[in-house]
Write a protein that binds this ligand. Sequence first.
Ligand code: UGA
Length: 436
Amino acid sequence: MKIAMVGSGYVGLVSGACFADFGHDVVCIDKDPAKIESLQAGIMPIYEPGLAELVGSNVKAGRLTFTTDLASGIDGAAAIFIAVGTPSRRGDGHADLSFVHAVAREVGENLRQPAVIVTKSTVPVGTGDEVERILRDANPGVKFAVASNPEFLREGAAIADFKRPDRIVIGTEDEWARQVMSEVYRPLFLNKAPLLFTSRRSSELIKYAANAFLAVKITFINEMADLCEKVGADVQDISRGIGMDGRIGSKFLHAGPGYGGSCFPKDTLALLKTAEDYEAPTRIIEAVVKVNDARKRAMGRKVIEALGGTDAARGKKAALLGLTFKPNTDDMRDAPSIAVAQTLTDAGVSVAAYDPEGMDLAKPLMPEVAMQPNAYAAIEGADVVVIVTEWDAFRALDLDRIKAIARTPVLVDLRNVYDPAEARAKGFAYSSVGRV
Ligand code: UGA
């Protein structure tokens, strides 16, 4: 089957490469000639483990090609995916659908064969109806159907998530579209990945509900962590103790500095806007958004406390280890490190930092921070070492070496990577999240 993927960003590229790996004939389309040129040369525009190899092998096998030309790219395709960005609209938090609508128009103008148009971009409820209208206006003569097929890919684990999904959600009321989509996902279906067919609107909402629920879970355990610190309990035991209840589940109960990234912050805001528009307020999500925003700055204050409070902190040096919103990505969007660095520099603390992949993107977001070539260079002469992102490389740091090169042995572990007793036995003043 020929599949066209319009938009070769994170979701489009991972999905396109995985579909090609299943044996489909895939064309990835993008307006940006520089991106297409580098993809053709085997250079990935993003950091995602395993992606370069997957793209390379499928290009070599002739199943995956790249083009800037939408008309030729969609020619003969049975399924045309829209996988372009839906960023938060400046000012109001609504999802900006201008890219989705523009692609729908261009696909409509150039479609010559019957095809199912599939929105993979995260789009608010009702977007499929609008895409259908745009296509119909642009091309009244051709047979098409519009389906919704949200993605549930985690950055850093996207290929595994695509190939071994918990479920595949397909929203359509059209029987022919159902058949085409079953064929698209047949290789996964044979692997027993559950295919959930719903209405288009339900499918659009499932995506937001899933991300919002995960944001609630994280925020819940983060508040429990704050309470643990006050009452002398251990949040990791709380996570285990509640997570063993099958109704709750153990995943997404790691307390930390607050969620960030390209999805949870944007999608929770967009869901709030939808709820407002339809006069069905989602107060839990409203609270989650506020609590999570405040938490990121509070983590900066936690570091200031570890330095002895506001007066003592002025003129001291902090070393931040990890800047990206989570490990195995170079993505800096809404990363807690941004608020932590800002709170520290505002308080007159000088900040050095190291991140294995994120420093190029981090630099413009935190111009006052001195980026260093490795963790130990950042730690040299520091009064506090802060683990902000749990990269594997920070899980087994040489604590003796840190003690020797830091000015004072103070460790603030915002990801609960170290054992408090061990860190203290090594002579560190150690604090973490939700553990005393
Ligand atoms: C998220 C969802 O997990 C994916 O299912 C979804 O497809 C994707 O958004 C999307 O909408 O495209 P992602 O943003 O890549 O994926 O990252 P997650 O692994 O979900 O982590 C998000 C944030 O939550 C990170 O800042 C992470 O540090 C934080 N987190 C996660 C916690 O603080 N605690 C946890 O227990 C889990």
